[in-house]
Design a binder for this molecule. Structure first.
Ligand code: BES
Ligand code: ZN
Ligand code: ZN
Length: 509
């Protein structure tokens, strides 16, 4: 894998009982709010009443969501951290608090943390445990550790002991699971954050091969000659301007003994999107190494599923290309005969994602017939205009799947919002010379992109397209969440893994 960074940074333990008298330098407490006032757990209050009363009476801590106060203690622990959760704490409040705690404490050179919460939280204690770990590991992810040659900061933080008054059943299993999920998220982030010159289509193939080797996955890689033979002219056309040849990478994870495939995932893997001959202006091109975030998420999902040995069969397809304006680049008004036989008039070479995704979707459906097909793609600027940086666009005809994903999104914080796929929108894609155009004009740009994709599936009823252009990476500090950084978010990994765990194992979180 790329560096050791994708291994959990901290070690985690669970203890039932009191948070007092343990070996650590810092006691951190999760504090909900009631009637605008902090509800500090009794056991913490009893030990440090004078100090905490003073902080609260001075108005220095109200336990708002995301609020944090650090004080120094005369005895036992060196530091006390109060982390607010707000009036109606959700798992997101927990992630925000834990993200803040570890980031602040890492700056302070803390080493070992005792993290305490009690029943006043009114949340499933096991889910809180899991989300503390996912958020802490995500908050500590730092691509600077990989790419900075100097200016490397010494890392002192070592462990978190999570304490709850009662026993949490299966705590060790939750810790293991959440750590592996966080590893996969951070792995996906690192694939996405790695500049496109290293993480080219060839670089992605290397990563896929390393994953296959590490977890015993099946792997097939189709190179230019194979793609030609198979008629994958969409992937070939888009990739023809690139310096590194395109390829289609297939990874198979078999978690149960059966010939069916439960889940197929296609991840848009444009390792750099310059726009092609319809070149992007510099402002829009600047972050386009992130146009591989869908592929990175798919790699993260299969890594998580394999490391957790989830009992499901998953197949991933990554169409990996560079969209560059080289001398052999595909051109506006080209007509491409796609893998499924449809012809596409190229209205704009910058609408490349849908072309490569289309071939990969047709191939995946035809070859594997997965029970459900998901695709993750930084597909359109239009979805960013529609939903901003806080929700991905969900397009599906499967109402039950839409509901399930919406709920998992609320829970994991990887939110999505359903958009329509009504037939009227298809009119915008009409071409006078080919079966379809690849663009549908400015109105409803995210919907017409999804409508285009749908033309390449025979059975659309089991497919969900997730447009992650807004949520895949942080831009200008947005989305503002302390467990993120100025980097890729890994969006999709937690969403789908928690979905699979709930659906296939019938478990929460
Ligand atoms: N990769 C972009 C979409 C994108 C935009 C991702 C912003 C992340 C942030 C995609 O390939 C693209 O360029 N789409 C065009 C389509 C247009 C030409 C119809 C767009 O959204 O402007
Ligand atoms: Zn583009
Ligand atoms: Zn793109």
């Amino acid at each position: 894998m790329i560096g050791d960074l994708v291994m959990a940074r901290l070690s985690y333990m669970f203890r039932q009982g009191t948070p007092l008298g343990l070996e650590a330098d810092t006691l951190a407490v999760l504090v909900p709010q009631s009637d605008g006032k902090p509800v500090v757990p009794d056991i913490v209050m009893e030990s440090y009443r004078d100090i905490i009363d003073k902080i609260i009476s001075q108005g220095d801590f109200k336990a708002d969501e995301g609020e944090i106060r650090i004080t120094y203690l005369p005895k036992d622990y060196a530091r006390l951290v109060l982390a607010g959760l707000g009036e109606k704490p959700s798992l997101e409040s927990i992630r925000i608090a834990c993200g803040k705690i570890v980031r602040e404490l890492e700056n302070l050179k803390a080493r070992d943390i005792v993290l305490y919460y009690d029943k006043s939280l009114d949340l499933d204690p096991g889910e809180v445990l899991g989300q503390c770990i996912e958020a802490a590991e995500m908050a500590l992810y730092d691509p600077g550790e990989v790419f900075k040659a100097r200016e490397r900061k010494e890392k002192t933080l070592k462990s978190i002991t999570i304490v709850f008054p009662d026993e949490i059943s299966g705590a060790d299993e939750i810790i293991k699971k959440s750590t592996l999920i966080a590893d996969a998220v951070n792995y996906a982030r690192l694939v996405a954050d790695t500049p496109s010159t290293q993480m080219s289509p060839e670089g992605i193939e290397k990563e896929a091969r390393k994953l296959a080797e590490a977890y015993g996955l099946g792997i097939k890689v189709f190179h230019v000659e194979d793609l030609k033979r198979m008629g994958m002219n969409g992937i070939l056309a888009v990739g023809s301007g690139g310096g590194v040849p395109p390829r289609l990478i297939i990874l198979e994870y078999k978690g149960r003994e059966a010939d069916e495939w439960d889940i197929g995932i296609v991840g848009k893997t444009v390792t750099f999107d310059a726009g092609g001959l319809d070149l992007k202006p510099p402002q829009s091109m600047e972050r386009m190494k992130y146009d591989k975030c869908g592929g990175a998420a798919a790699l993260g999902i299969i890594k998580a599923a394999a490391s957790l040995r989830l009992p499901v069969n998953i197949v991933v397809a990554l169409p990996a290309v560079e969209n560059l304006p080289g001398p052999k680049a595909y051109k506006p008004r080209d007509i491409i005969k796609m893998y499924n036989g449809l012809t596409v008039e190229v209205g704009n070479t910058d609408a490349e994602g849908r072309i490569i995704m289309a071939d990969a979707l047709s191939y995946l459906e035809k070859t594997y017939r997965p029970a459900k097909i998901f695709d993750f793609a930084t597909l359109t600027g239009a979805i960013v205009i529609a939903l901003g940086k806080y929700a991905a666009g969900l397009f599906t005809k499967d109402d039950e799947l839409a509901k399930d994903l919406y709920e998992i999104g609320l829970k994991t914080g990887e939110k999505l919002w359903r958009m329509p796929l009504w037939k009227e929108y298809y009119d915008q894609l009409k071409s006078s010379i080919a079966d379809t155009n690849n663009i549908g004009g400015r109105p409803a740009g995210a919907i017409t992109a999804a409508a285009f994709l749908s033309k390449f599936l025979e059975d659309q009823s089991r497919w969900a397209h997730i447009d992650i252009a807004g949520v895949a990476y942080i831009e200008n500090g947005m989305p503002k969440k302390p467990y993120y950084r100025d980097s890729a978010t890994g969006y999709g990994v937690r969403l789908l893994i928690h979905y699979i765990i709930e659906k296939f194992l019938g478990k929460k979180q």
